[in-house]
Design a protein around this ligand. Structure first.
Ligand code: PYR
Length: 371
């Protein structure tokens, strides 16, 4: 183990000791190509929302309780009735083969080993069949977009349902892709040896300009609440809406009979100027009142961030970029390490705050005068 984690040139190397998630970030920045790094790091416009996702956690203070015998602790929880090892899963991020040659298959194996939930991105560089074969016992949800050609969405829904995916995560914050300046400067696109394998043969070859590996303008900006009913008519899977940031939309989600909400601003990659997700969480939890599960993604970097989100009512949180950094570091092993570090930090924060299990985490832990 190398204490500094750097080689002679001061560059982080794979033998170094990884202590926290930002170590993986530094490694990824130094080892990924500039265009790939920029793609994953991107926020929209001036990146205010992307950055605030992290900063907002640092504004929240905890109210630890003491002398509560925390000699035994249990980080397990459930999502949609299924037990996972701790309240952290993997958010959908695209193109894992850019970060590691085995791509999403490595991510799937890591989440299976750690026993948590992996939300597979539509924009995967391995097919859903390859992902399921790589980790047959993994617990997975599928992230879905609605395409102008509804048949495209319909086919993928039937495909993932048949493959044993356990929920559909309908992503609703991309009627159009946000403006990510470096992707435009870099003219970011997938290298020729990679493709969005879930769409093999689905779109016409050479159908004009591409955006992120499929023909541009294929997502349907006219998507509306009635499409939730349309999706429900296609599937028996639970539907979770990802991209809700207000109590009004949370209420509509409940009224439309979905089974969960992910409070998300797409990692700050869509509307710049929207709230940090942890700041949006409370009004949504208060509105939903336990009728459906509320999850969150965006800005989680430490175990105490997880503790704060769970204390404010998130049933589970999801990490996006840190999983990609883990992949860039050591593939499956790297993602496992990222999850393990977060689990260890969460367990420690829980104990230091006086909680023995996830059920004991509640809003009393949050110092509201500092919010
Ligand atoms: C993104 O790059 O944010 C996608 O959702 C593909």
């Amino acid at each position: 183990m190398n204490i500094t984690g750097c080689n002679k040139e001061g560059v982080r190397c794979a033998e170094m000791s990884m202590v926290c998630l930002t170590d993986f970030e530094e490694y990824a920045k130094e080892h990924l190509s500039k265009a790939t790094w920029d793609y994953y790091a991107a926020g929209a416009d001036e990146c205010c929302t992307r950055d605030d996702n992290l900063l907002a956690y640092k504004r929240i203070r905890l109210r630890p309780r003491i002398l509560r015998d925390v000699s035994i602790s249990d980080t397990r929880t459930t999502v949609q009735g299924t037990e996972i090892s701790f309240p952290v899963g993997i958010a959908p991020t695209a193109f894992h083969c850019l970060a590691w040659h085995e791509g999403e298959m490595a991510t799937a194996r890591a989440t299976e080993a750690v026993n948590t939930c992996y939300i597979t991105s539509t924009y995967s560089t391995c097919s859903v069949e390859e992902i399921v074969a790589a980790a047959p016992n993994g617990y997975r949800w599928f992230q879905l977009y609605v395409y102008r050609n509804r048949k495209v969405s319909e086919q993928i829904v039937h495909r993932v349902e048949a493959l044993g995916y356990k929920a559909l995560v309908l992503t609703v914050d991309v009627p159009y892709t946000g403006k990510r300046r470096n992707d435009i400067r870099n003219q970011f696109k997938l290298p020729p040896h990679l493709k969005v394998k879930n769409f093999d043969g689905v779109f016409e070859e050479n159908a004009g300009p591409e955006e992120y590996g499929i023909p541009a303008n294929t997502l349907d900006p006219s998507i509306s609440w009635k499409d939730v009913y349309w999706l429900q008519s296609l599937t028996r899977l639970p539907i979770i809406i990802k991209g809700i940031l207000t109590k009004e939309d949370a209420e509509l989600a409940v009224e439309h009979g979905v089974q969960g909400i992910i409070v998300s601003n797409h990692g700050g990659r869509q509307l710049d100027g929207g709230p940090a997700t942890i700041d949006a969480l409370s009004e949504i939890v208060d509105t939903v009142q336990g009728r459906i599960e509320v999850y969150l993604d965006g800005g989680i970097r430490t175990g105490s961030d997880v503790l704060k989100a769970v204390a404010l009512g998130a049933k589970c949180v999801f990490i996006g970029r840190p999983a990609v950094w883990g992949l860039a570091y050591k593939g499956e092993e790297g993602v496992r390490e990222v999850l393990q570090i977060l689990n260890d930090e969460f367990r420690l924060s829980m104990a230091l705050a006086g909680c023995r299990n996830v059920a004991e985490i509640n809003r009393n832990l949050i110092q509201f005068s500092k919010l």
